[in-house]
Design a protein around this ligand. Sequence first.
Ligand SMILES: C[S@@+](CC[C@H](N)C(=O)[O-])C[C@H]1O[C@@H](n2cnc3c(N)ncnc32)[C@H](O)[C@@H]1O
Length: 367
Amino acid sequence: MKEEIICGDTIEELKKIPANSVDLIFADPPYWMRVDGILNRVEGTEYDGCDDEWDQFKSLSDYEDFSKSWLTECYRVLKPNGSIWVIGGMQCIYTIGAIMQRIGYWIINDVVWYKKNPTPNFMGTRLNNSHETLIWATKSKEAKYHFNYKTAKELNTDTVDSIAFARGARKQLGSVWRISVCQGAERLKDEEGNKLHSAQKPEELLYRIIAISSKPGSIVLDPFGGTMTTGAMAKKLGRQYIMIERDKRYCKFGEQRLAKVLYEDTPIARAQFDEKPLKVSMAEMIAAGYFKEGEDVCFKSGEPVAKLLADGKLEYKNEIIDMHSCAAIAKGVKASRLNGFDVWYVLRNGNPISIAVIRDNYRKAKV
Ligand SMILES: C[S@@+](CC[C@H](N)C(=O)[O-])C[C@H]1O[C@@H](n2cnc3c(N)ncnc32)[C@H](O)[C@@H]1O
């Protein structure tokens, strides 16, 4: 298992990583926030925003050059079917999105991270800035990137309320994610008990990203490690990680954080919801004795409709048809095919038994 923290400049360190070697990248780069002066809360206390040295750039072209360099290296190290997530605020995401497209990245989605508890606009001079944007992209339009669709549904608490969720309701995960900013015990503190990092991301955000867009054992790279949130969630989910961070202090604290994280063996971590059932054919089940050549195939009512042939096709009104097309014809629907496993039964001791149930028994016996 690769579990690496590399303390150094990201562009130099990325250059040392082999081409096409990484499955997933999460990048939380400097946003170039351009914070001027001291920000005070309404009651007068000072707000500790992001005015760090690592977030300073001389000009837009300086920021563009930097973004182009690291995004180009990320493009090189990403596997052809890998994917990249880049997070940014309004200060940088448009610049980054344009550069990504020029490099050749193909955008799959942009996701709005809606902060349930955003920092207020203290002066009341403009809208409260309550979201950040994530760009999810691949190296090309043709990339067969990894997406755990059903796992994403299991993590969708944004559009399904908790009572319905507990009762088993699930919906497709959308592109607006309601997640709190990093706070409380999750927030790393320095030796004096102060906030260690001004831009630590919430674990829930990284957990979701890694769980839905990688698989167990995948190599996850973060070129701007910070407090190592990405590494922590990769480890929890049983993925490998490479974290790059320039600041030695963040590397030290991050190392301590990662040492405490353990793999949690859960259906989400294993991507169990997205496991594909074993592919089996009717012909092989007939050969194995689970069905009989020539036996009657019927509807749920038990009414015989067709006869099963040795190759798994059906003889229906003197024609030989595959069982899915035959299901559509026999049911008289407009569609040219229905899933035969949802339609067909066979009579066993006078009882209609679903062929899907018999297939499940065969699969269980096979594994
Ligand atoms: C927005 S923060 C990342 C925070 C991180 N996602 C977390 O949850 O803690 C960006 C980080 O990139 C680091 N950084 C900035 N420029 C860098 C460079 N050229 N090479 C390596 N690290 C860099 C900064 O020190 C900072 O910790």
